[in-house]
Write a protein that binds this ligand. Structure first.
Ligand SMILES: C[S@@+](CC[C@H](N)C(=O)[O-])C[C@H]1O[C@@H](n2cnc3c(N)ncnc32)[C@H](O)[C@@H]1O
Length: 252
């Protein structure tokens, strides 16, 4: 798993050939980066209605989309730059009409018309681009496409290892006009020192400072935890506020 810039230098996560050879080696297996759907479910179900038309960018061979369908999601378009992953997933889910697969570069999704999706879910794909050559340009191209494809009021959910210092400069461009909520989730296998219990609820959003950083007094319990950025596109009224009623882990 990559968690810092030095790992980016070891593997070429921005390169389609790297991913093709990785998926050939994985020979039809499944792997979910960072978190499984069960841990993300409170966030996904809270912000992405099951009737949404969802775009899963950089789906890889993860079980995330399959698990979303089992949870009631009706329409998930999955794209990935790796033709190996896409062919494999297309065969695997041939008889699951809620899941569709297309080989595509997230930086150019011109195949889809503007405002085609209610929600875009990204687990680890912006992160991969940030490890490639021309990372800032790739991030701008990708995020420009994501905002174009979202309907007014739509949600881009980014699940990443990148803290706000690394991700907000890319997300917070005035042209996008996102309203952003931030959450932090420990790794699934994270153990608190001495088995101590949670000091705070991970279902509470974390305030982001004016400078786009974590609050000075914010303590990361797990230094290798993941961040969830819930980015809402402005709706037709020019508003992008996200209602702040509390999340619960028991979403029906
Ligand atoms: C870290 S993996 C995450 C896979 C999956 N989302 C998950 O959560 O397990 C990143 C994925 O992004 C894909 N990817 C990398 N660059 C891409 C690009 N420019 N366009 C589309 N997909 C890309 C890779 O092929 C890979 O499947």
């Amino acid at each position: 798993m990559f968690g810092d810039v030095s790992s980016c230098n070891t593997y070429n996560y921005g390169d389609a050939l790297y991913w093709d050879s990785r998926y050939i080696q994985e020979a039809g297996g499944a792997f979910d980066w960072y978190q499984r759907y069960s841990s993300l479910r409170p966030f996904v179900r809270h912000y992405v209605p099951t009737s949404s038309r969802v775009l899963m960018v950089g789906c890889g061979n993860a079980l995330m989309s399959e698990e979303m369908v089992k949870d009631g999601y009706e329409d998930i378009m999955n794209i990935d730059i790796s033709s190996v992953a896409i062919e494999m997933m297309r065969r695997k889910y041939e008889f699951v009409p809620q899941l569709k697969y297309m080989q595509m570069d997230v930086r150019d999704m011109s195949f889809f018309p503007d405002e085609s999706f209610d929600s875009v879910v990204d687990k680890g794909t912006l992160d991969s681009l940030m490890c490639g050559t021309d990372a800032p340009l790739s991030a701008t191209q990708m995020l420009g496409e994501v905002i174009r494809l979202l309907k007014p009021g739509g949600i881009y959910m980014l699940i990443t290892y990148g803290d706000p210092t690394a991700r907000m400069p890319h997300l917070n461009r005035p042209a996008y006009g996102w309203n952003i909520l931030l959450y932090n989730l420990p790794r699934p296998d994270f153990k608190r020192p001495g088995g101590a219990s949670l000091t705070k609820s991970y279902l509470e959003p974390i305030p982001i400072t004016e400078k786009g950083t974590l609050p000075a007094d914010f303590v990361l319990e797990d230094p290798d935890s993941h961040f969830i950025y819930v980015c809402k596109k402005m709706d037709d009224t020019g508003l992008s506020n996200i209602p702040t009623y509390p999340l619960t882990s028991e979403i029906l």
